[in-house]
Design a protein around this ligand. Structure first.
Ligand SMILES: Cc1cc2nc3c(=O)[nH]c(=O)nc-3n(C[C@H](O)[C@H](O)[C@H](O)COP(=O)(O)OP(=O)(O)OC[C@H]3O[C@@H](n4cnc5c(N)ncnc54)[C@H](O)[C@@H]3O)c2cc1C
Length: 400
C-alpha cells in the first residue's frame, strides 16, 4: 500500500547540492526534511568529479561562492567531525595567447576588487611556483595559493554523515515522479513509493536537472556532456605534499597531484551534449600530448586509471539559483531550483547554502541573485548574462 506522509521540505537528488542543502536546512530548524534519490547518494556527478576547488571565478558572484565554499571545507572537521578532504595546493590559470593574458589580467583586477588575494605571475614566476611546468609555451597566469582540491568520494561520505547527524531522512532508490500544485502553490510530490505532502520542494539533479524540471513541469536549460579524467602512474616529481594545480583555460585541460602522479581532466568543446557512455581515447590521447608539452616530467608515464562521466553545465556556465517558474514565467511559490552549473566541488556548499536560505526565507546574503535565476534564460535557453569566462569549454545547449 502506497505511503502518504508529510514533510516540511522535500529535496530531489542526493548529490553534493541536495546533500549539503538538506543538511543546512535541518540545521536552520526546518522540521522534517526528506531527500529523494532515485539511485544511491552520490551516484550522479558528485562521486565522479576531479575535485578542483577554486575561488578564482570569472564574476563577483562565483568568487563569493568559491570563497564561501573553501571556508566551509576548512571548517568541516570542527563542525561535523569529518571533512571532504580539502587540500590547499594553489592554482595557476595559464594564459597562452596575448588575448588570454589581457583577459586574465582584467579578471585578476576584478577579483582583487572583490577581495581575493590573487596575482598575475610572469612565465618565470609561474615556473618558480610550479616546478614541473615547462618554461615556454605560455605567458604565465593568474595565481592564488589558497585554491585546492577535495576528494569527491570523501565529500559524498561527508555529506551523507552530516545529513544523518542533522536528522535528514534520505530515501535512496526512490524517484521523484511528479509535483503537486494547487491554486498555483506547491502542495506535495509524487514518488515511486507514494506521495508526500509538503509546501517546499528543492529541485537538484546535476546532469539530469533538465529531466527533473520536466517532471515538475518547469523548463530548466541545464545540459549534460561527457567529461574525462585520467591519472598517471606515480613519479618522484609529483610525489610531493604540495604543488599548485594548473588550468590551461583555453583548452579546458587541467591537472593536479593525485596518488604520487598527476590527475588530468578535459572537456571537448566539439562533443555533442548527452550522457557519457565511454572514454573517447583519441581525444584523451590528444590532451595527453598537450599535457606532456606543459609538464615534461609526465612524458612517457603510464595511466593508472581513466574514466568518463557526465558533467552538468548551464548555457552561461553560472549556477542556477531561484524559484521554479511556471510556463508563463511566474514563480511557483514553494518551488526552488539549484544547479552548480558544472562546478559542484568548487561552489557546491555555497550553492547549497543559498538554496537552504531560499527555501527558508526566500532570500540570501551570500550572493546577489538578480542574475542567477531561471528568468535570465529566453525560451530557447539563451542567457541574457555574459558567461563566466573561467569555465570548461562546454558545448552549446540543444534546445528542447
Ligand atoms: C568527470 C567530472 C569531473 C568534474 N570535476 C569537477 C571539479 O574538478 N570541480 C568542480 O567544481 N566540479 C566538477 N565536476 C562537476 C560536479 O561534479 C557537479 O557540478 C556536481 O557534482 C553536481 O552536483 P549535483 O548535486 O547538482 O548533481 P549530482 O551529483 O549529479 O546529483 C543529482 C542526483 O539527482 C538524482 N536524481 C535525478 N533524477 C532524480 C529523480 N527523478 N528522483 C530522485 N533523484 C533523482 C541523481 O540520481 C543524482 O544522484 C565534475 C563532474 C564530472 C562528471
Amino acid at each position: 500500500m502506497a505511503r502518504r506522509e508529510r514533510a516540511d521540505l522535500v529535496v530531489v537528488g542526493a548529490g553534493t547540492i541536495g546533500g549539503w542543502a538538506a543538511t543546512f536546512a535541518r540545521e536552520d530548524g526546518i522540521g522534517r526534511v526528506v531527500v529523494l534519490e532515485r539511485g544511491l547518494a552520490g551516484g550522479g556527478a558528485s562521486s565522479r568529479a576531479a575535485g578542483i576547488v577554486r575561488a578564482q571565478g570569472g564574476t563577483p558572484a562565483t568568487v563569493a561562492l568559491g570563497c564561501w565554499t573553501i571556508d566551509f571545507y576548512h571548517g568541516q572537521a570542527a563542525r561535523y567531525g569529518t571533512d571532504s578532504g580539502f587540500r590547499e595546493l594553489g592554482y595557476l590559470i595559464l594564459a597562452i595567447t596575448a588575448e588570454d593574458e589581457s583577459d586574465g589580467r582584467a579578471r585578476v583586477a576584478m577579483q582583487r576588487r572583490v577581495g581575493l588575494n590573487v596575482r598575475w605571475l610572469s612565465p618565470a614566476e609561474a615556473c618558480a611556483e610550479v616546478p614541473t611546468l615547462a618554461a615556454d609555451g605560455h605567458r604565465g597566469g593568474s595565481f592564488i595559493s589558497t585554491d585546492g582540491a577535495i576528494d569527491p568520494p570523501r565529500n559524498v561520505l561527508a555529506y551523507s554523515l552530516a545529513m544523518r547527524q542533522a536528522g535528514v531522512e534520505l530515501r535512496e532508490r526512490t524517484a521523484f515522479t511528479g509535483l503537486r500544485v494547487e491554486r498555483g502553490r506547491v502542495v506535495g510530490v509524487d514518488t515511486s513509493s507514494g506521495s508526500i505532502e509538503t509546501e517546499r520542494v528543492l529541485l537538484t539533479g546535476g546532469p539530469t536537472l533538465r529531466e527533473v524540471g520536466r517532471i515538475a513541469g518547469v523548463r530548466i536549460p541545464a545540459g549534460a556532456v561527457r567529461h574525462q579524467i585520467a591519472v598517471t602512474e606515480p613519479h618522484p616529481a609529483f610525489d610531493v605534499a604540495r604543488q599548485p594545480m594548473v588550468f590551461d583555460l583555453a583548452r579546458g585541460l587541467y591537472w593536479r597531484l593525485e596518488d604520487g602522479g598527476l590527475l588530468f581532466g578535459m572537456s571537448n568543446p566539439d562533443e555533442p551534449p548527452g550522457p557519457a557512455t565511454e572514454i573517447d581515447w583519441p581525444y584523451l590521447r590528444r590532451m595527453r600530448r598537450r599535457l606532456d608539452r606543459f609538464v615534461p616530467a609526465a612524458r612517457g608515464l603510464g595511466l593508472r586509471r581513466a574514466w568518463a562521466a557526465t558533467i552538468d553545465f548551464t548555457p552561461d556556465h553560472l549556477p542556477i539559483l531561484g524559484p521554479g517558474l511556471d510556463p508563463s514565467g511566474a514563480p511557483i511559490p514553494g518551488l526552488w531550483v539549484a544547479s552548480p552549473g558544472g562546478h559542484g566541488m568548487m561552489w557546491g556548499p555555497g550553492v547549497s547554502r543559498v538554496a537552504a536560505d531560499l527555501v527558508a526565507t526566500g532570500r540570501t546574503d551570500l550572493v546577489d541573485l538578480a542574475d542567477l535565476g531561471l528568468d535570465r534564460f529566453d525560451a530557447d535557453g539563451r542567457s541574457r548574462i555574459a558567461p563566466d569566462a573561467v569555465a570548461l569549454p562546454f558545448p552549446v545547449l540543444a534546445t528542447d
